[in-house]
Design a protein around this ligand. Structure first.
Ligand code: PLP
Length: 394
């Protein structure tokens, strides 16, 4: 008998992206003269930097040479990359290379981490939320508590009324683009330590932080090494969405109630189910830590942040209320006049030829908002803002 995981039937079908695509296709069919500007894209548009491409070429040549060839690598990732991450991304924070695990991206790690956690754990997520946190836990049969993030609370969740075992925090946030200050994050770390909860901290957008009071890593916060796992990604940092590389930090100090170090369980999980990210990709990731790689990556990030600044100015000038966009590539726009997310989506598409992502797709509290991304060309960003200024007058 073939039996499936019954939890899959509890997943909410996701029509969001197919419905967005269907509406864009229908609009384009009826308005052949309008070039739709896609501000819904969650993917980067700039190519990976020269330093990373050169490293990729060198690694490819090594693979063609019997003396330099690399077969299976360490499941945890090559030391050459973990050493650079520990020294550069965790400078002064006391994270050691053996606490860093390289992977094929943050999404897999965020989903896979559940393997080492009890199936009866209660999980807290923000609403709106990056849907991967929700769906991976529903697949595993875990119960979910939603923590509303609204205009009233500045898109920062209140501490949960019911104690969760696992808490997902993503800052800078997708989709709202908002951030958590050091003092607020300290409150969450203190809460997790007191209530013996585990924080899963997603800092996929860390590189976009521009303000001094926004922590780049949860390990900047006192006590975090005893209650938090951190996920990072090269996807948005270095345009690696198609290359696939990220990493997870599990500090040695982080222990389960029975004293088991979570790091050892994660190592066991990875060595059993994962054979490491590819050698050329890890070499390319390493190149980002060279002075020229660092500079080139910064250029791309500043380009996107420049787009975000143009978007914020233009949207506010058009009378729209906006959040995010300063430490993140996302701008969270409130639909005017109590419109729903989908009504705002339709308005932007039909009046301005702009595609957005309806906030309701990220949770109930996303209703009444849309998400716009800065991952566009400068020309398209400027053109989109011009269209809004002309066609969406307050
Ligand atoms: N975490 C967040 C909040 C994201 O928005 C994304 C990608 O969009 C990821 C993780 C996944 O990153 P990766 O490409 O490394 O799997």
């Amino acid at each position: 008998m073939i039996k499936t995981n019954a939890n899959f039937s509890k997943l909410t079908p996701s029509y969001l992206f197919s419905e967005v695509a269907r509406k864009i296709a229908a609009f384009s069919h009826d308005h052949k003269d309008v070039d739709v500007i896609r501000m819904s894209i969650g993917d980067v548009t700039r190519p990976i930097c020269r330093a990373a491409v050169d490293a990729l070429h060198r690694a490819a040549d090594e693979q063609a040479d019997a003396a330099a060839f690399h077969g299976y690598g360490p499941e945890q990732g090559y030391a050459f990359l973990r050493d650079k991450i520990a020294a550069a991304d965790y400078e002064g924070l006391g994270i050691t290379p053996d606490e860093i695990f390289i992977s094929d991206g943050a999404k897999s790690d965020i989903g896979n981490i559940g393997d080492i956690l009890s199936a009866d754990s209660v999980v807290a997520v923000t609403d709106p939320v990056y849907p991967v946190y929700v769906d991976t836990n529903i697949m595993a049969g875990r119960r979910i508590i939603y923590l509303p993030c609204t205009e009233e609370n500045g898109f920062l969740p209140e501490l949960p009324a019911e104690r969760p075992d696992i808490i997902y925090l993503c800052y800078p946030n997708n989709p709202t683009g908002t951030t958590m200050s050091r003092s607020v994050l300290q409150r969450w770390v203190d809460y997790a330590l007191e209530s013996r909860a585990l924080i899963l901290f997603d800092s996929a957008y860390e590189v976009f932080i521009t303000e001094a009071d926004v922590p780049h890593s949860i390990y900047e916060i006192d006590g975090a090494k005893r209650c938090a796992i951190e996920f990072r990604s090269f996807s948005k940092t270095a345009g690696f969405t198609g290359m696939r590389c990220g990493y997870t930090v599990v500090p040695r100090e982080l222990k389960a109630d029975d004293g088991t170090p979570l790091r050892d369980l994660w190592l066991r999980r990875q060595t059993t189910k994962f054979n490491g990210a590819s050698y050329p990709v890890q070499r390319a990731a390493e190149a980002i830590y060279s002075p020229e790689g660092n500079r080139q990556v910064r250029e791309a990030i500043d380009y996107y942040l420049g787009n975000a600044a143009i978007m914020l100015d233009g949207l506010r000038a058009a009378g729209l209320e906006c959040y995010g966009g300063v430490n993140a590539p996302y701008v969270w726009v409130k639909a005017p006049a109590n419109m729903t997310s989908w009504q705002m989506f339709d308005l932007l598409l039909e009046r301005c030829g702009i595609a957005s992502t309806p906030g309701i797709g990220f949770g109930q509290c996303g209703e009444g908002y849309i998400r716009l991304t800065a991952f566009n060309t400068r020309e398209n960003t400027i053109a989109a803002i011009r269209r809004i200024a002309t066609n969406l007058k307050p």
